[in-house]
Design a protein around this ligand. Structure first.
Ligand code: NAP
Ligand code: G4F
Length: 330
């Protein structure tokens, strides 16, 4: 019989790649979606007819209980969150409610209505914050944002429910992962979108904050494979998922502008509005445990990631190599 999976956050970047992977593996998929005045299925519309969507919200316990009773899943992937770090200073209470308490609500729904389901929690390298690089499963957390604090709560709740109720519950501590489906507010997508707009003459500059921050950027398509692998093991455990390489925002900018033959220094402007009250200087993960126990390794290089994202954004703004939409030529 086909396995059933419930994915929260299915309309997000990771949810869409995970849904594709599980469908390819013959799963029956249930996707939790929240009520919006304008529903947004952009990332999953190509597979929407193979997904059963269930209305629910991580802030609403009864909707999660009903979703769990309806789906009776073998596996639950909790990917839903208020996931934008910068917003977490403007909406700290909402971020705590969704990204932190939301995890307990899902765990409660599993405990009461589907206790045999295996559970994946989307934990984050942001929990390491100010800790020295490289970070692994033993590194002590030093969260630097309300988002990171909420993720730490979710991380320990997952471990606590495993220990208290013997649930099969795992934390994937994923480092930054990107793709052409990344939300526009995140720095990588903002940069590749900006490069494409500038290349097409639709924009003259790109305004950014801290160019010195370093991140360990991988490809989201590679990372959802690790989520799935964690739930195929005999015992639940927690894993760091990362490439092991870090690059500064400036390096990302340079690579993206160079890929279309432009010098970034002519276009990028520093803007205080994009600086954070407390930033994370460097994240670089050591994913040896995932390599040894899950057989997981990343398949996409930094250069391939940047060029994949720039290419997709160019397609968005250009009809062909020499002809941009709106008739503006590069
Ligand atoms: P994303 O693109 O921002 O997607 C977030 C998803 O959560 C969306 O489907 C969103 O639905 C849903 N959501 C938000 N609030 C909700 C609520 N109250 N109830 C139900 N659903 C809600 O995030 P992502 O990049 O795919 O990341 C997936 C998960 O991994 C997140 O938990 C994130 O914090 C974590 N994570 C991400 C990274 C990364 O680099 N991408 C790294 C480590 C951990 P709408 O479409 O309705 O907004
Ligand atoms: O792309 P970012 O917004 O990602 P951030 O804060 O690292 O968080 C992402 O990765 C986490 C995993 O470590 C996830 F848990 C989280 O959900 C999210 O997916 O910012 C990256 C860096 C920061 O240091 C930021 O200060 O880029 C710097 N930055 C510089 N200028 C900017 C900008 N970030 C954004 N978003 N916009 C700018 O203009």
């Amino acid at each position: 019989m086909a396995k059933a999976a419930l994915i929260t956050g299915i309309t997000g970047q990771d949810g869409s790649y995970l849904a594709e992977l599980l469908l390819d593996n013959g799963y029956e998929i249930y996707g939790l979606i929240r009520r919006l005045s304008t529903p947004n299925f952009t990332r999953v519309e190509h597979v929407a007819d193979r997904i059963t969507f269930l209305e629910g919200d991580l802030t609403d316990q009864s909707s999660l209980n009903i979703a769990m009773q309806t789906a009776q899943p073998d596996e639950v992937y909790n990917l839903a969150a208020q996931s934008f770090v910068a917003t977490s200073w403007n909406q700290p209470v909402l971020t705590g409610d969704v990204t932190g308490l939301g995890v307990i609500r899902i765990l409660e729904a599993i405990r009461q209505f589907s206790p045999d389901a295996k559970f994946y929690q989307a934990s984050s390298s942001e929990m390491f914050g100010a800790a020295e690089s490289p970070q692994n499963e033993q590194t002590v957390f030093h969260p630097r944002s309300p988002y990171a604090v909420a993720k730490v709560y979710g991380y320990y709740s997952t471990i606590n429910y495993k220990e208290s109720y013997n649930l099969f519950a795992c934390n994937g501590i994923l480092f930054n992962h990107e793709s052409p489906r990344r939300g526009i507010e995140f720095v990588t997508k903002k940069i590749t979108d900006g490069v494409a707009r500038i290349h097409c003459g639709l924009s003259k500059e790109l305004r950014l904050g801290n160019l010195d921050a370093k991140r360990d950027w991988g490809f989201a398509g590679d990372y959802v494979r690790a989520m799935w692998l964690m739930l195929q093991q005999d015992k639940p455990d927690d894993y760091v998922i990362a490439t092991g390489e870090s690059h500064s925002v400036k390096e990302f900018v340079d690579e993206a502008f160079s890929s279309v033959g432009l010098d970034w220094q002519n276009y990028v402007k520093m803007d205080e509005r994009f600086m954070r009250p407390a930033d994370v200087p460097e994240l670089r993960g050591d994913a040896s445990k995932a390599k040894n126990k899950l057989g997981w390794v990343p398949l996409t290089s930094f250069k391939e990631l940047v060029s994949m994202m720039v290419e997709q954004d160019l397609i968005k703004y250009k009809k062909s190599d020499s002809d941009c939409i709106f008739g503006v030529k590069p």
